[in-house]
Every structure is written in C-alpha cells, then in structure tokens.
Ligand binder design. Sequence first.
Ligand code: P61
Length: 462
Amino acid sequence: MYDDLTKMAEPYKIKMVEPLKITTREERIKLIKEAGYNLFLLKSDDVYIDLLTDSGTSAMSDYQWAGIMLGDESYAGSRNYLHLCEVIKDIFGYNYVVPTHQGRGAEKVLFPLLIKKGQYILGNMHFDTTKAHIELAEGIAVDMVIKEAEDTENYHPFKGNFDLEALENFIKDKKPENIAFILATVTCNSAGGQPVSMENIKEVRRIADKYGLKLFFDAARFAENAYFIKQREKGYENKSIKEIVREMFSYGDGFTMSAKKDALVNIGGLIAIKDDEELFTKVKTMLIPMEGFVTYGGLAGRDMEAMARGLEEVLDENYLAWRINQVKYLGDKLRDAGIPIQYPAGGHAVFIDGKKFLPHVPQEQFPSHAICVELYIEAGIRAVEVGALLAGRDPVIKKEILPKLDFVRLTIPRRVYTNSHMDVIAEAVKRVYARRDKIKGYRFTYEPPILRHFTAKLEPVE
Ligand code: P61
C-alpha cells in the first residue's frame, strides 16, 4: 500500500523510554471503584495507555531538549523570547507576540480587551475553557458549526467549517456593534478535531470585513488543520504546510494558542497579533499583572526556546503525515469493526459516538462515560468523556444539558505511542463493543457545583 516505504513507519526513532506500569484486570476493577468511577481521579501510574488528552503530553525532540539547555532565564529581554517572536513572524506573519503560561492564560488576558458586556462571540464551536473565559468577560459564546458536524456517520472533509449563512444572518439580526469578534477554532476540537477549509476561512474573513468585525483564531492545532487542507482542498496539494499556514493566518487579526498541542511542548501558550499596535499595547499592560512581564509571560526562557523549536518542527510534512495517519489508522480499525465514530477521524483524536454505541443507556446516565470506565477495566486505557457529564447543568434552571454530540475521545498524544499501542486500543474498544448490551449507565454519588467532571464521584445504575 505504500509506494515509498520510508512513509510506512514513524519518522523518528526512540532515544529514551518511559516504562509503562501494567496492572491486572482485577486491580483495575478495584482502582476505578476506589476512584469513584472517575478517570480523572486515577493515578497516572495506574494507567497503561493514557488518552485523556493531547495537551502537554507530546514527546519533545532531541533538538527541543537541546534548546532547553540554552534557556536564557533573564527577567527581561530573554533571547529565547526574541527567537520565539522571530519564529512567529516567519510562520504566521504576525508582528506582535507575548507568551502565556498556557492557552487559557492567553484567553484570560485577551478576551476582556475585546468584549463589552452582553456582546456575542461567534465561533465554529468554542472550546470549554474558551467559552468560560468569554463568559467571565461577560460575553455570550455562540457556536455556528455546519450541520454536517452533527452527523457522525457520514463523511465531510471539513466538519469544522462555519455555517456561513447562519453567521451572516446572526450578524445582520443582532447588529455588528453587538458582536465582539469572530473566533475560528482550528482544528475544531469540540466537533471531533475536525478541520476548517481555507475557502471557509476566506469567506468568514469576507463576512468579517463586510460588517467591520475582527477575526481571531484559536490556533492550538493549526498545523494539523493545515495538513488536512493540503490533503483535502483543491489547489493546495502542491503547497508547503508553511505556505498554507501563512495563508490561513493572513485572513486573521490575531490568535490565542495553547502551545501544549501543535507547538509540541509540555507547557505554554501565546497571544499573537497581526498589526494592531494599540491592541498589543493593551495586551502587554494586562499581561504583566496576570501572567508576567512581556518577555516571559509565565514561562521560563527554556520553555520559550522549546516552543520556538516545536513550532518549526511541527511544520514537517513527514511528521504531520505520520501523526494524522496514526489517528486515521485507529479510526479505520474501529470503523471497519462497525463501531460508530465521528467520521472521518479527527486530527488529534478518534471520537466514538457514545449514544450510538450504547443506545440502551439514557444520555442522562452518561453512556460515553460508561464506555470510558469499561475501556479502563478492559485494558488500562484512559479515554475522556466529551458529552453530558462534561456539559454539566444549565446555570439558571439547573437541568442537565444534553449535548447533541456525546463522545468518548481517544486522544492521541504526539510522538508518544506506536501503532502497536493503537492495535491494543482498537482491540479493547472491540471487546467492549462486543459486550455492550451488559454495560450500565452511571449516576452521581457526589456532584460538584461547577466543572463537575473533574472531581465527581459516580456509581453504576443497577
Ligand atoms: C484538551 F479536560 N484543550 O483538548 P490550555 N483551545 C482549545 C483547546 O483544545 C484547549 C484550550 C484552548 C485541552 C486541555 C483541556 O476541561 C479541560 O493550554 C481548542 O489547556 O489552557 C485545551 O488550552 C485551552 C482538557 C482543557 C480538559 C480543559 O484536552
């Protein structure tokens, strides 16, 4: 199937290993019960394959580790900050940059500067911390992803796209002065790690210009999005990833980024602004009390160096091809076995459709969560629920929010696991699927008032 055999395996070799602890099924049954059936409350040492997140879990390269040793830990004017600025300018074409401790630090600093009380922030689908920071700044987050994203079964190349008609109608209806800005999340995490096409980004820019609005990116997985454009969008097949990234970001006014994903580092974030010097001045002013002085923003010099190097490395097409194809490899195995997933697989994760997997478990009893518990028992795999348990309750009427998309996210860390691990994951999901009729839902024994999924305790519904 591979014409070129150099594309068949990982485009890197392993220089250092981290042993995995192996537990028995009996031990796992006991451990998950002791954790109140909440996978966030397990010790990571008791997890065999950790698919909780791709955030901050990447393996750094030798080149990045070498950069760690070149950290300039000066409080002001660190050379690593200057290097980071150069790299951002070179890749994205943006003039102004500050680091933050992670993605939500960037959101916390930038959003209050852009949002007036009661204004709308229009996104394809906002990520949960993003929505939280919009709401903390007294804005209203609105999702406008295309309808196809909700249809998990059928293929669409860009399920992260904005519904352009809905976007324009909303702006006309609510009036441009009541819109703070438009935010494009690339790739769209909440819809299943799905990309946004260049054409869609361009059209969003056109609409933004028509109504005098700003367009920002939530850029955590920018390189994976660019790779999908190269693979799936006409006219981009012969462009380099760097050229595609440059074009994508030419349509924006700035971005926030959790560097814990595509910048291939374990901690860090960014705010970058194309050319609005006045906004940058405001960002710098707020950054100092919240994150730290402009040239470190909550990071050590060595972290900024690793990030600058990671941002360059992630553009390597051999890396991206392997990365995206590893996720696809897992997705294909599941789909071939008849397991319902968001199709096609995302850039950073395979999302299992929990409602279709366990149709007999009511959504109020968290079917996707029940599957996560079984995957842990089956093979020590820790997946994460992105569904009703995460969604929580309506803040006013306290009723359970039942999201249309209720997923088990099998999130693949970058450069960490091999395809042998993917085989284990696929086999575990198949075995759980084979005994799905016997799987029960869950109810709370303790339900925290906010962000309940992190600390809740549950029990199976008998
Ligand atoms: C994740 F369980 N994502 O997907 P920070 N934007 C986008 C993200 O995906 C994102 C952030 C901003 C995580 C980590 C995570 O309840 C949870 O660097 C598109 O994490 O602050 C983070 O970036 C925020 C997992 C976050 C969670 C919150 O796994």
